[in-house]
Every structure is written in C-alpha cells, then in structure tokens.
Design a protein around this ligand. Structure first.
Ligand SMILES: Cc1cc2nc3c(=O)[nH]c(=O)nc-3n(C[C@H](O)[C@H](O)[C@H](O)COP(=O)(O)OP(=O)(O)OC[C@H]3O[C@@H](n4cnc5c(N)ncnc54)[C@H](O)[C@@H]3O)c2cc1C
Length: 450
C-alpha cells in the first residue's frame, strides 16, 4: 500500500460525476498516491436528451446508457446508493442491498454530483398519479403506458372513457416536456395504423406550461417557431396554466389571466387518464438531508465550486447552486453546465493536491437545442438561431458525437435508420421491480474507514 495515499471520492455517475472522474484520471494518470473512487446507484451513464426517444420506442433502452466501467480506467467503482455524507468525519455511508453489505468510505477530497429528482411542488396527488420522465425506468414505463392506452382504447365502447384514454397531457414546456410531447405524438400517429378503431382526430396531446412561453432559455423567435410547429402537428399548448391537482381521472388547473397578477385566474379541468409530469426538478433527498448549507435544496458553492465551510469538498451539476452573475438567477440545470463545472472542479482538486492556483468557474452557454417532432427542431448555437430540419440534423450530429462509446453511437444510428423505414415496435413489455434498499450492518472486514 502506498503511504500518504489521498482518496478522492466522487458521488454520482451522471454527467457531472463521470466528466469529473474522467478529467481526474487524466490529471493523476500515473500518480499512485491518488486514489479515485466513484459511487453511483446505477452502473451506467444515462444519456438523458435521448430519453423521450426511448419513451416513444424509437431507440432501444440499452442504447442510451454507457456502462461506467467501460468509460473509466483507473477508478474504483462502487455501485451503491449514498445514504449519508459526514463532512466532519469525511465519511460517505452507502445503503446495503439484498446481497451487499453496507459500506463506509473515507475520503480526503469529495465531489458531490448526485443530480436531481422530479419536483412535484408538494402535490402528493400529482406525485401519486402521474408518470415522470427523469430516468430509464420512467421512459420504459411511459412507453408501456402509451401502448396500453392504444390497446384499451381500441376496444373501448364507452366514448367518454375512450376520449379520456386518448387524451395525453404533458406538464412542463421545458426541454423534457416539449421533446416528450413531440416524440409521443409521432409514436401515437405511427402506431395508430395497427389500431383501426382509433381515428387520428381522436388522439390528443396537450402541453401545460405555467410560464407565458415554452422552452425558456431559447430566443422568443425560436420558442414561437417551436410553439407553432407543435400546434400544427396537433399538439395543444396551454400557456400560463398551472396544475393544482390530479386524481388519476381529472386534472384541475388555474389559467392565469393577467401576467402580473397570479390571483387573477380561471379554474379549468381536463379529463385524462395519463399525465406526464416534467415540470421541474429538485436536488435528491440525500442532499436535502445533508449537513451542507443549501438554498432551494441545492448546495451553496463558491466561485471555485467548493462547498461552503468544507474545503476540499466540491459540488457540481443539478445539485449545486450557482448564480448567473448576469441575471442573478441560478443557471438552469443542464448537462452542459454539469460538464463545464466538472471540468473546473477536477482542475481545482488537482490544484489543491499540487499546491497550484485554483480557477474560478465562469460559464458561457454554447447554445441549446431541442427536437420538436419528426425531422424538426430548434437550436441556438454559438449565437445563431436555427430551426426546422437543419436544427434537427444539428441535434442528431451533436448528441451522437457526445455519446462516449463507438458501439453505442452505432446502435443509436442504426435505430434511427431503422425508424426511417420500418414501423415502431408496439409490444408492451411487462416488468416488475422487486429490488428494495435495506440497511445492513457494516462488517469489520469490509470496513473501508481508515
Ligand atoms: C428527459 C430529459 C431531457 C434532457 N435534455 C437535456 C438536453 O437536451 N440538454 C441538456 O443540457 N440537458 C438536458 N437534460 C438535463 C440533464 O440531464 C441534467 O441537467 C444533467 O443530467 C445533470 O447532470 P448531473 O451530473 O448533475 O446529474 P445526473 O446526470 O442526474 O447524475 C446524477 C447521478 O447520481 C446518481 N444518484 C442520485 N442519487 C444517488 C444516491 N443517493 N446514491 C448514489 N447515486 C445517486 C444518479 O443515479 C445519477 O447517476 C435533460 C434531462 C431530462 C430528464
């Protein structure tokens, strides 16, 4: 064992965590005195921008995930869920699962990149009855649900129930909501040919957005283009509309009449059996329960991305609060931001260990892109606004190049090509998740604390 070995522990195998680990591997390539450990509950990196395409059956599930062990070389990987972080004792405790023992990991330096989960803004009925679009399980569940709706509606003799079944509502007009709405509409229209009793005009997809426009972060012109195109494709977009409840049969909402006065509203309702909630994210509970100082659930960090009161602890991505100096508002949570922060956090860790100067985090977005249905998209890229088929092609090029493994790139390309010539697969695959987290005793012989 190498004497004075320092251990860097990274929590979270998403965009921020994996990018940070990759950079640290480069910085400490031949350094035996630095040990790098990555902990994540899934053993893969999920390519979230392609989730709506999995939900719509265009891409196969496994093709948008990269096994972490195939991306990293020098890192020790633990597949496990973080239970809690003790920044005073410098210890991270993991939950046990059925077969695994609980584990405690000591660290000298820590990077927290545990991401976020769906935010229901305290509406427990919405949480109970709605579908979400945050992870792979969500995308597979939504795909199954859409096929299930078609199967049920095809033989439904009650017209009210049939209408309610074929009325899909997506809440949230951001990236996830708009891309999901576009993909789902395409899927429903493509699959319809196998369901002769369902007419095109019986299918309804609605997007509800509380803000006065969709796709915040895009220019007004691009957001308008996307809005008009989605409407032309049959998607109904209701702006300034906030959901107040959903019981599995009816969504109740308030339509704000006046921009500046939230109390001036009308109550409205939609009958539906399926609501997909993409209206916001909030950091995971592990962060909220932690000893780190948080605001709006996010960890407060300084200009060097270090956590307040804990030198040597960094936070990046969706779980970290970083204020845009221009707007004085937090940056929107994106993969691009998580990766940019991961680069600086890893450099600053390297600087700490090598006694060099740290760098301040300064962020300039390279642009944003969204796919809005078949061969259509919007993109703002290095100051240029692009829409239509060119934006769609750009989206595909950029995102395919971002997939870190060649075999997965080819699989995605193949799926896209097959989708051009063949019908979508409408087999509904049933799956049951039996795994539950259990607390197991930390045994001495695997105790990693030193
Ligand atoms: C449908 C959808 C589409 C999107 N499209 C875009 C897009 O087009 N462009 C863009 O820039 N961004 C997009 N985003 C946002 C982007 O995915 C996130 O901002 C980004 O993933 C944040 O990276 P992160 O590392 O902070 O968190 P994540 O990537 O979420 O990673 C967090 C990791 O931590 C793990 N984890 C969480 N809790 C625990 C725990 N207790 N123990 C162990 N591991 C844990 C998770 O499993 C995950 O692997 C999209 C998101 C969604 C859901």
């Amino acid at each position: 064992m190498v004497k004075n070995r320092k251990r860097i522990v990274i929590l979270g195998g998403g965009y921020g965590g994996v990018e940070c680990t990759r950079k640290l591997e480069k910085y400490f390539k031949n350094d035996e005195e630095v040990e790098i450990v990555l902990v994540s509950e899934d053993n893969f990196l999920l390519f979230t921008p392609m989730l709506p395409q999995v939900a719509a059956g265009m891409l196969a599930t496994r093709h948008i995930v990269m096994p972490i062990r195939t991306i990293l070389k020098k890192t020790t990987f633990y597949e496990g869920r973080v239970k809690n972080i003790d920044p005073y004792g410098k210890i991270v405790n993991l939950w046990g699962t059925k077969e695994k023992r609980g584990i405690s990991l000591h660290y000298d330096f820590l990077v927290v990149s545990l991401g976020s989960e769906t935010n229901f803004f305290g509406m427990s009925d919405v949480e109970k009855h709605s579908y979400t679009m945050k992870n792979l399980n969500d995308a597979m569940t939504v795909r199954n649900r859409i096929i299930d709706i078609l199967e049920q509606a095809e033989n439904e003799t009650n017209p009210i129930l049939k209408k309610s079944l074929l009325n899909l509502v997506i809440v949230g007009g951001g990236f996830a909501g708009i891309e999901t709405a576009g993909e789902i509409m395409d899927f429903l229209l493509d699959a319809r040919k196998f369901y002769p009793n369902i007419k095109e005009d019986e299918i309804k997809v609605t997007v509800l957005e509380a803000l006065p426009n969709i796709l915040p972060g895009f220019s007004e012109k691009l957001a308008k283009f996307a809005h008009n195109l989605l409407t032309r494709n049959g998607i109904d977009i209701k702006l300034k509309t906030a959901v107040t409840s959903f019981d599995g049969n009816e969504i109740r909402m308030k339509k704000i009449k006046n921009n500046s006065d939230e109390d001036d509203f009308e109550e409205e309702a939609i009958q539906t059996k399926t609501m997909i909630w993409t209206a916001g994210v909030t950091p995971v509970n592990t962060i909220k329960r932690s000893m780190f100082k948080t605001e709006r659930g996010k960890i407060i960090i300084n200009d060097f991305l270090e956590v307040q009161d804990f030198p040597g602890v960094f936070a990046v991505g969706d779980c970290a609060l970083f204020i845009d100096p221009e707007t004085q508002k937090p940056f929107p949570p994106t993969a691009q931001l998580a990766e940019a922060q991961a680069k600086i956090a890893s450099y600053n860790l390297y600087s700490l260990i090598r006694n060099k100067d740290k760098k301040k985090f300064e962020y300039q977005s390279r642009g944003q892109m969204a796919i809005i249905g078949k061969r259509n998209g919007v993109a703002s890229f290095f100051g240029m606004n692009i829409s239509g088929i060119w934006a769609w092609a750009l989206w595909r090029n950029v995102y395919i190049s971002k997939i870190p493994k060649w075999d997965k790139r080819l699989r995605v390309l193949l799926d896209w090509t097959i989708d051009l010539f063949f019908d979508r697969d409408i087999s509904r695959l049933k799956f049951v998740d039996k795994e539950t987290s259990k607390e197991y005793k930390v045994l001495d012989e695997v105790d990693d604390v030193w």
